[in-house]
Design a protein around this ligand. Structure first.
Ligand code: AMP
Length: 430
């Protein structure tokens, strides 16, 4: 029988690498708390319509990459429903914001999430079909200041701080404004007109996009199209005064905070809901999939899915890519924290197994990490096993049990000592 393997584009994360994942998540949670974000956990699957209406029908995500199925009704009272594994989390967060009427508090909602997302993309390094995102959203009624450019600058400053605390060096913040929806509509017209003469020379996808959603042409990754796309009119020239002022206030606050950025007028991002500020943090060490994270403002998203006016800004960072970056810049990160429990307990004989469990329980409750051997092992095998995983071995024989004096060997120094049981935890903690 053929052996079963993890599905293409998915993978198992094993220790010790998972320690690095946990460390990144813990750092993110710590930084989010300092900026007063609270955690939200939304369902892994949602009604398909949510993504069609928010991310956009014409985007690659919705048109090609979603895992969608018809969920059959199980009872008369239920209806069959088209469901989709979430390809991103902003739509779910905004849906929850609307469903729970979070805007009625009159306060800004600052929410973060950590979890898996699903897209049927072509797998390659840094691109998977199940991948993890750490993201955050700042959303609220306009009266709470949700439209203020200060929110954009604060989120970007937080991201710079988070990447610094994760020890990710050498990132670049690319920044753009795609304007209000009116600006975008105007720019789409300009772009549509500019694309007519060059249409025969661009890829088939772009020829279609040139008609249906010209902005998406700027996302095109086809190499031959790049020179043509670079020569198209820039979105920054289509912004009205209000959008320009908003963007100028964002960059002024970033300048004041000393957060460096690079303006990139082609950065329109692959999701339709963005308005005004859009951004990406890239890293050279990642190769073709060089985006560590992306995000932007989405002032009309709540209304697009039937909610109240609730401007917002958010981002999603690729956890898989953070891990890859740390592994490539700090090779010893591959092994994450050095493996090593505080002590390995070696019972001498199976009759001592229960006593060894009691000793392990005592030490673990005192906060130590302990690996428990087995009395069926010969002493030599215990030493070999202990040396692989622990800093010290504690021998528990009949004599030790009776006398309460344990034999401890430290592998680094090679020194063997006798330690009274009452002092063992303190000694092992050193
Ligand atoms: P997006 O939701 O497309 O704006 O993506 C935000 C971030 O999620 C990207 O910058 C990547 O770091 C990460 N990401 C998106 N798609 C994938 C994928 N298929 N595999 C791994 N990471 C991804």
């Amino acid at each position: 029988m053929a052996t079963l393997k993890a599905v293409r584009g998915t993978r198992d994360l094993l220790p010790p690498e998972t320690e690095l994942w946990n460390r990144i998540e813990a750092t993110a949670r710590k930084v989010f708390a300092r900026y007063h974000f609270g955690e939200i956990r939304t369902p892994i699957f949602e009604d398909t319509g949510l993504f069609a209406r928010s991310v956009g029908e014409e985007t690659d995500i919705v048109s090609k990459e979603m895992y969608t199925w018809e969920d059959r009704a199980r009872a008369q009272s239920e209806k069959s429903q088209s469901l989709t594994l979430r390809p991103e989390n902003t739509a779910g967060v905004v849906r929850a914001y609307i469903e729970h009427k979070l805007g009625e508090s009159g306060l800004l909602q600052k929410l973060y999430y950590i979890g898996p997302q699903f897209r049927r993309e072509r797998p390659q390094k840094g691109r998977y079909r199940q991948f993890w995102q750490i993201g955050a959203e700042v959303i609220g009624p306009p009266s709470a200041g949700s439209e203020s450019p200060l929110r954009d600058a604060e989120v970007l400053e937080m991201l710079a701080t988070l990447l610094d605390e994760l020890h990710i060096e050498g990132w670049t913040l690319e920044l753009n404004s795609v304007g209000s929806s009116a600006d975008r509509a105007r720019y789409n017209d300009v772009l549509r007109a500019a694309l007519i003469p060059v249409a025969p020379r661009i890829c088939a996808d772009c020829q279609r996009r040139a008609v249906t959603n010209p902005l998406r042409v700027l996302d095109c990754k086809v190499h031959e199209d790049q020179a043509i796309i670079d020569s198209l009119p820039k979105i920054t020239d289509s912004l009205d005064q209000e959008s320009k002022d908003h963007f100028a206030a964002v960059t002024a606050a970033l300048d004041a905070a000393g957060v460096a950025y690079k303006l990139n007028p082609r950065l329109v991002r692959g999701l339709d809901y963005y308005t005004r500020t859009t951004f990406e943090f890239t890293h050279g060490g990642l190769g073709a999939q060089n985006a560590l994270l992306g995000g932007g403002r989405y002032d009309g998203l709540s209304e697009a899915i039937g909610g109240p006016k609730a401007p917002g800004i958010g981002f999603a960072m690729g956890l898989d890519r953070l891990v890859l970056t740390l592994q490539s810049t700090e090779p010893d990160q591959k092994a994450a924290a050095p493996r090593g429990v505080d002590a390995y307990i070696a019972p001498l004989g199976e009759k001592l197994n229960a006593a060894a469990l009691v000793l392990a329980r005592e030490l673990r409750r005192a906060g130590l990490s302990v690996e428990l051997g087995d009395g069926s092992f010969r002493l030599r095998k215990s030493f070999e096993a202990a040396d692989k995983v622990a800093r010290r071995i504690v021998i528990l024989g009949e004599d030790e049990l009776q006398s309460g004096i344990l034999t401890v060997k430290d592998f680094a120094s090679g020194v063997q000592t006798k330690v009274p049981r009452a002092k063992l935890a303190a000694m092992l903690a050193k």
